[in-house]
Design a protein around this ligand. Sequence first.
Ligand code: ZN
Length: 198
Amino acid sequence: MAILDIRVLGDPILREQTVPVEAVTDALRSFINDMFETMYAAEGIGLAAPQVGRRERVAVVDVDDRPLVLVNPEIVARGGSAKAEEGCLSIPEIFGSVERAERVTVRAVDRDGVAFELEAEGLLARCIQHEIDHLDGKLFIDYLSMLKRRSVAKAWDKEVQQYPNFIRDLARELAEDTKRSRRSKSRERDGAATPPIE
Ligand code: ZN
């Protein structure tokens, strides 16, 4: 397994449509394992293929210690609405309140190539919608008001400078974190109090 680089806002792949998977192969399963490893390393609860530079219609989610693989996911029903704060592994340090359906039914294929349907609500439903948006080139900031989007753009202009070529080198971040925590044991991980959706 490997920790993959994360693409951040500005990389065109985050705005592209993904391609449906025709068959779940060993190669795809190994990629899915890497996605989980990357998501856990980043302390996220979801990750979509475009965020690691790939075009397959695949996402992984883990809410409440329930790992979920979504190959070719589609939302087939939705109900209610709820507003909550979201973040994104591809837009670090930026957060915003997003209104989404409170409940969804998602149809997808699992890591064995078996089709399934799942009803989700609350945080899991939100996370699934956020990830499927990624597969359609959409980001949570698209839902924010014009005013809020303008302030996000300003904050991101500064933030993005630490990601040359829009690449977030997670393995290096983790190595630096380890070095730092050796120097100062009391240092808390930034953002740990607000887990980003993905
Ligand atoms: Zn995201």
